[in-house]
Design a protein. Sequence first.
Length: 263
Amino acid sequence: METVIRLSIALGIFLIMISWEALRPRRKQSPDRKQRWPINIGLALFNMLLMRLTVGGAAYLSAVYAQEQSWGLLNIFDIQGWPAVAVTLIALDFAIYGQHVLSHKWLLLWRLHQIHHTDIAFDATTAVRFHPLEIVFSMLYKIAWILLLGADPLAVIAFEIILNGAATFNHGNVDIPERVDKMLRWLIVTPDMHRIHHSTIQVETDSNYGFSISCWDRLCGTYRAEPKQAQTDMPIGLAPFRNPEELGLANLLRLPFSALRRE
């Protein structure tokens, strides 16, 4: 049931975002959807099947187990109810920020994470463009934090929903008025804020790592307000990967095991 709830909400948010993109796009995209979407959605479906057959639902089950065994900081200090929910959501949000930074700094993880950045356009489907091994690592990483925290099980479900929804939103190719965007950035990560992270320019790629709450980038010194080029013109992706023909599904699955390309 937990999986059905999460997937239903995720699909609903995705449909809202692609409709918004069609009605009010922020950028003209190249290559078009017909070329990119089968790859991105194909990766998403493959990852869903992999999770279903392996560690799907493990985050929630880990939280239930930690609660039953009285494991983790929240159980040790007997923090329950809404305070436990709040701590769980905030701590896991920061944990994912930390994982994202680590995925850029640790070469082994970058081999996996670069698949997400090889997309040379930027829309809601980019949010699901991840190598299967990175998805598995991310789940194991979250499980470790859940056990350490003794995370509230219902808060873990809520976090997974927020994680998926926020990622779909902040990868959206949607036009938000600049004044509204600047206001929203004080609380959440907006598409214009996160698009900078997908720039081909290294110093911009190494910024704006947050996925939901925008404060972590400001507090940790990784926030960048604007790209060097205009949002509508800035190149997206990685400099060594500009040919859409070499970014097919099979090539992306093999990419972590290939020689790293710098230029």
